[in-house]
Design a protein around this ligand. Structure first.
Ligand code: TYM
Length: 333
């Protein structure tokens, strides 16, 4: 703001609500490392997980584990602000204010709310309904320009933009209006069991590959991955979702174009395709798992990193929050 060449701000988050999957990695985490010239913040979205019942001990364990995964995937915690959402109270504080600028109608149109209400029909709590407002507050607190996410979060980034624009329309330019960053080819990695649906950490274990899966589990799960009966290796997500999903994973991890991957696999059987995908996934995940094991073994260092980075995040968040409080007319001392 002060100078013309303000660095871009990148913000994203992942919920520590289950095993982090290959879908999270390919659709989001891997892209977090692409923004060398920006100021990047990546949070562990622990407050969001409470919208579905969690086992408290598991949640704590998964949160630390996700922090270690971020670093193991190549995010340098001195350059990127890696922190826990609940350690920065400004997220919940701004969410309250933004609630008063968000309509029930727009929240009830969110597809994730509709899906999760069906899945957790016994616990349709107000937090589940309000989830996108907390997410908007995550993003808007840091004057974020770019939000790297998978396509399932696109609608939430859109409502965040709507809220920001509405607020700016009343009070002047308070928030930067963010753009989603969703590369088309990897926007949605599909379930191994039902390739018409996205791979999800809240589904049964055999339907996804976890970043921390052992090689033998990766091979076993991929061997069982649902394909089709025509036997031809061809990229066609409409009619061949299973095979196309495997091809997507393979081409991304081998850093090839889809054309190159398909032609390398031409004439081979599905067994060979699954074997090739297994090898590529294992080659990608093995070094990540090695780094992960070192990082998670030193809990003190991990906690110190999270503490340091929560302070850095809070210092930034406070500036926006103070401005918002002032604009809406809360009494200042
Ligand atoms: P979550 O934890 O469900 O997913 C984390 C990220 O992974 C992406 N993703 C996928 N991408 C491709 N294929 C898949 N099968 C797949 N599954 C998940 C998601 O799109 C997401 O980018 N609400 C968010 C977390 C969050 C957040 C934020 C994100 C909280 N605050 C602020 C961005 C900005 C969520 O539940 O993601």
């Amino acid at each position: 703001m002060e100078n013309a060449e303000k660095r871009k701000v990148v913000f994203s988050g992942i919920q520590p609500s289950g095993n982090i999957t290959l879908g999270n990695y390919i659709g989001a985490l891997r892209n977090f490392t692409l923004f060398d010239d920006a100021d990047c913040l990546y949070c562990l979205a622990d407050l969001h997980t409470l919208t579905v019942r969690q086992n408290p001990a598991e949640l704590r364990r998964r949160t630390a584990s996700l922090a270690a995964i971020y670093v193991a995937c190549g995010l340098d915690p001195d350059k990127n602000i890696i922190y826990c959402q609940s350690h920065v109270p400004a997220h919940a504080e701004l969410a309250w204010i933004l609630n008063c600028y968000t309509y029930m109608g727009e929240l009830s149109r969110m597809t994730q709310f509709k899906d999760k209400s069906q899945k957790h029909a016994d616990n349709i709590n107000a937090g589940l309904f309000d989830y996108p407002v907390l997410m908007a507050s995550d993003i808007l607190l840091y004057q974020t320009d770019i939000v790297p996410v998978g396509v399932d979060q696109k609608q939430h980034v859109e409502i965040c933009r709507d809220i920001a624009q509405r607020f700016n329309g009343i009070y002047g330019d308070v928030f930067t209006v963010p753009e989603p960053y969703i590369p088309k080819a990897t926007a949605k990695i599909m379930s191994l069991a039902e390739p018409e649906r996205k791979m999800s950490k809240s589904d049964p274990e055999d339907t996804y590959i976890a970043i921390l899966d052992k090689p033998e589990d990766i091979r076993r799960k991929l061997k069982r991955a649902v394909t089709d009966s025509d036997g031809e290796i061809r990229f066609d997500p409409e009619t061949k979702p299973g095979v196309s999903n495997l091809l997507t994973i393979l081409s991304v991890l081998k850093k090839e174009t889809m054309k190159e991957t398909v032609s390398a696999m031409q004439g081979l059987g599905y067994g060979a395709l699954k074997e090739a995908v297994s090898e590529a996934v294992i080659a990608e995940l093995t070094p990540i798992q090695q780094r992960y094991n070192e990082i998670i073994a030193d809990k003190d260092a991990l906690n110190a990193m999270l503490g340091r980075n929560a302070e850095r995040a809070y210092a930034l968040a406070r500036r926006t929050l103070r401005k918002v409080y002032k604009k809406v007319g809360l009494y200042q001392l």
